[in-house]
Design a binder for this molecule. Structure first.
Ligand code: FAD
Length: 471
């Protein structure tokens, strides 16, 4: 094949890239293309969306690398279904290569693009890249997909260890990139303006260089991951979720680190990566979960929570310090620790009695690492509506969670500075301070910090009733 096109989407890197590797092998020259997809961008109402800047930073890094190789990244804005066939005509492309994406919209889009290209007699090839195993690769004894994580994980590991080539890198031949310079490349053109967004740098810097730096830094913590991963104030998780979401890093990059040593920290980290595969497999197999409970009977729940409580949850003004600190951190940075995601999701659904879909949507707007499969999986797990979810009667107590995972209130103090003067004992429930303690701590409850907006114990009883009604 003379000329091929590699269409990059959620795989914004030039190393260990399955589709790109195959494209470079199959064609004399390969042009790399990125489309700002109008359907995806239209859904982002905040024009300062941090993720758009993260993507732009990733694209700039790619352009810089390609320019050194005499090539350039072709960038367009619009509907890929019409743009990819147009580019194919313009550049006389004989084959289009891309990595598979398992979200419902992406699957529809890709099948439409494929149909149009095949109608033109252009070859199309798609590859597994963003997950380690796809949905039909890890099946139970009856040839069906697993709906429980632990046996899935055991089978995943069995298959992985039986494989000779565990997680080797896809080779990228630097000599075969199409030689040209895109006059509207991301370095010389104001693409933020073109797509109607505003450059908004956040706490993360997009790109593979940064991703690989974080991966290396994480080496110092991974041995201790099993114990440290649940303590938000320690900040000893990898912080790589945005990088793997955008594909600055490959899943194989992560797995290679996880198998460097046999130790509980490494094994637990690999287990989290397997959770990621699990949720992607579930979304691929059950696209209906985008809008529905995995367990259909749970769609009948009558959520009785109040709109104003949802707003207070969003703003970090519930009067529950562990919840408020987590939400304020999310609002300010786009990040939230996994333990805190579980706490605030359980709190929204089982303490405030508010539909998980509202929380899921809020996270989708705010999270740097928003990923439909993991976010939907996490929310439905917390709300007990999902695949292999926690049982409905397991309700996180925000006070004991706070005492256990932020015992000295270090995380709370960081994000709720009005609580900083409170003792380690009372910081989890400031309303329990007497007048003297309030004066001494400099925090008057009801004035400097809100009273709890609900009574945890009575809400718990209501939650159990609400769930029991549909069983
Ligand atoms: C309600 C809720 C919503 C969530 N939404 C998202 C989301 O939109 N995007 C997202 O990537 N993760 C989501 N998660 C999973 C998890 O919270 C994040 O992946 C993790 O906090 C990212 O931090 P890290 O990179 O430091 O993770 P580490 O602890 O270093 O884990 C390594 C990697 O494993 C993967 N991973 C870890 N935990 C999970 C998990 N429970 N499910 C799936 N993959 C996991 C991530 O890719 C992560 O980068 C959600 C969890 C919950 C409970």
């Amino acid at each position: 094949m003379k000329r091929a096109l590699t269409w990059i989407r959620r795989d914004l890197r030039l190393h260990d890239h399955h589709a790109l590797s195959e494209s470079l092998k199959s064609a004399d020259e390969t042009i790399v293309v990125f489309i700002f997809d109008e359907t995806i961008l239209e859904k982002l109402h905040n024009k300062n969306d941090l993720r758009v800047t993260f993507i732009m930073q990733s694209l700039k890094e790619i352009e810089t690398t390609l320019a050194k190789l005499g090539s350039s990244l072709l960038v367009r804005f619009g509907n890929p279904v019409t743009l990819i066939p147009q580019i194919v005509d313009e550049y006389k492309i004989e084959g289009v290569f891309f990595n598979r994406d398992y979200e419902p919209y992406a699957k529809l889009r890709d099948s439409e693009v494929t149909k149009r290209l095949r109608a033109k007699d252009v070859g199309v090839a798609s590859y597994k890249d963003s997950v380690f195993y796809e949905k039909n690769e890890v099946l139970n004894g009856s040839g069906e997909i697993y709906k429980v994580f632990t046996p899935y994980k055991n089978k995943w590991l069995e298959k992985f260890h039986a494989q000779e080539d565990t997680a080797s890198e896809y080779f990228i031949s630097n000599k075969k990139f199409y030689q040209y310079k895109n006059p509207k490349n991301v370095l010389d053109t104001d693409w933020f303006y073109e797509i109607g967004f505003i450059e908004t740098p956040g706490v993360l810097i997009g790109g593979s260089k940064e991703a690989l730096k974080l991966l290396t830094q994480f080496r110092q913590y991974i041995s201790n991951y099993k114990e440290a991963r649940d303590v938000p104030a320690l900040e000893q998780t990898s912080n790589l979720s945005t990088y793997i979401r955008m594909g600055n890093l490959s899943v194989r990059d992560m797995i290679r680190l996880s198998i460097e040593k046999k130790n509980p920290g490494y094994e637990t980290w690999l287990s989290e990566i397997i959770w990621r595969d699990f949720y992607h497999m579930i979304l691929d197999a059950y696209p209906r979960i985008e809008n529905n409970s995995f367990k259909p009977q749970y769609d009948a729940i009558k959520w009785i929570g109040k709109k104003e409580d949802f707003e207070k949850w969003c703003d970090g003004q519930t009067g529950f310090p562990i919840v408020d600190s987590a939400m304020r951190c999310l609002n300010a940075t786009g990040l939230m620790h996994n333990r805190l995601r579980m706490i605030v999701a359980s709190f929204l659904t089982k303490t405030l009695l508010i539909n998980w879909r509202l929380g899921e949507k809020y996270f989708a707007e705010k999270l740097y690492d928003y990923d439909m499969a993991a976010n939907n999986g996490g929310w439905q797990w917390s709300a007990s509506t999902g695949v292999d979810a926690q049982p409905y009667f397991r309700i996180f107590n925000p006070y004991s969670q706070s005492e256990k995972f932020d015992s000295e209130g270090l995380f709370i103090r960081r994000w709720c500075p009005e609580l900083d003067g409170i003792s380690n004992k009372k910081i989890h429930a400031p309303q329990e301070m007497d007048m003297f303690e309030q004066a001494q701590s400099g925090c008057v409850v009801g004035k400097d910090y809100p009273y709890p907006i609900v009574d945890y114990k009575s809400q718990r009883d209501k939650a159990l009733k609400m769930y029991k009604e549909i069983r």
